[in-house]
Design a protein around this ligand. Structure first.
Ligand SMILES: [Zn+2]
Ligand SMILES: [Zn+2]
Length: 376
């Protein structure tokens, strides 16, 4: 059980010479999730698949993608979705795809009561985009595979499913999880941005350590003793020796957890209230000299991302979503590092194509993409 995060775009708002707009992939043992898909996403996904194949790494098959999680409706996070869905259709996909995204409580209300959208609804609201994508062929019927369009108000945890083929909508009692996932869970985290937004939290269940059959066999234990030890009960043998059950089991893995923030101001409550976070991939659109802009546009500075990581107890902070003014990440890193001070939080900055690997025991490696392939 492990997570691999592929960061395929690290630029904010628009592509630059070396950075593309947002789009990430989270690979776990039960399937693959895509988090945001800005312009050109499918090409970047194809390139990353080729790189993985060429370097003999395990492949990320498109057919393993179960879910698309959108953080918000700004185009640098969504403009690649519809073209990618069309390609999945051309590739004769049959497997269902779950699409999850945030909207406001007012928008949900108006959809459910079939009334006009609130006047202040942004053009970037996911509901408006999804409706236009449906008109452009983004429905299960036209794509040829089942797509579930799930919109939620994250703060009140209310969810609806749009059914464009029957032009209707239903309210759900909870946010659905991807088909077939039982050990890994996806959860939206409330964030603050200029449109309804959320971060996405991926966690795996803690796993029990393995029972040491070999040792039990060597000691020629009876079935009853063996079963008792396997259940975690210490056993007293006939000769009076006591066998401690924890000596017959390798340590449990704690369950791992990673968060991709999306666009947000610093200290968003969804992230600061985390209890366990191995990796936080957080936006860092601005440097310290633009902290006022960050505040006005509900984005974060590098040091703001660091403050958020500290209060959410993140063990590793990975910075991404850099404004066009940020040419290299040295200054950004030093501002964030200064904020982290003596804390044990590890800090890196992402480039397009980087992979962050989280092992089942929670150890984290940032593999940087370069012309020679990945290096640590
Ligand atoms: Zn953005
Ligand atoms: Zn945004």
């Amino acid at each position: 059980m492990s997570f691999d995060i592929h960061i395929l775009g690290t630029s904010s708002a628009r592509p630059t010479g070396s950075r593309q707009v947002s789009g990430s992939i989270v690979v776990c043992d039960e399937g693959v999730a895509v988090v945001d898909a800005g312009e050109g996403f499918q090409s970047r996904f194809a390139i990353q698949r080729r790189r993985m194949k060429q370097s003999d790494k395990s492949q990320i098959k498109v057919s393993r993608v179960d879910v698309l999680c959108l953080t918000h409706g700004h185009l640098d996070h969504t403009w690649g979705v519809l073209p990618w869905l069309h390609t999945l259709s051309l590739d004769k996909r049959k497997k269902p795809l779950l699409i999850l995204g945030p909207t406001s409580g007012e928008v949900l209300e108006s959809v459910l009561s079939n009334s006009d959208l609130p006047e202040n609804t942004s053009n970037s609201d996911l509901l408006i985009q999804w409706r236009s994508w449906h008109q452009l062929g983004g429905t299960s019927q036209q794509l040829g595979f089942p797509v579930r369009w799930i919109l939620g108000d994250v703060k009140s945890n209310r969810w609806i499913e749009l059914l464009p083929d029957s032009d209707s909508v239903i309210e759900l009692d909870k946010m659905p999880q991807p088909d077939g996932w039982s050990n890994n869970k996806i959860k939206p985290l409330p964030t603050n941005h200029t449109v309804p937004s959320c971060g996405w939290h991926f966690s795996s269940k803690p796993k029990k350590g393995k029972f040491n059959r070999l040792r039990a066999a060597e000691l020629k234990l009876s079935d009853a003793h063996r079963a008792g030890l396997a259940r975690g009960e210490d056993q007293t043998l006939e000769d009076g020796r006591i066998l401690a059950s924890d000596e017959f089991r390798s340590p449990d893995s704690g369950g791992i957890s990673v968060v991709l923030s999306g666009d947000t101001s610093e200290m968003s409550e969804g992230i600061t209230s985390l209890e366990n976070c191995d990796v936080l991939v957080h936006e860092s659109t601005f440097l310290e000299d633009s902290s006022e802009r960050a505040m006005n546009y509900l984005h974060s500075t590098a040091s703001g991302a660091a403050r958020t990581a500290l209060s959410g107890g993140a063990k590793n902070l990975v910075l991404t979503h850099f404004g066009a003014r940020i040419k290299d990440t040295d200054e950004l890193l030093s501002q964030a590092r200064e904020q982290l001070g003596e804390s044990k939080t590890a800090l890196t900055a992402a480039s397009d194509g980087d992979r962050i690997h989280v092992s089942d025991l929670g150890s984290v490696t940032h593999h940087y993409w370069g012309e020679q392939g990945w290096s640590n």
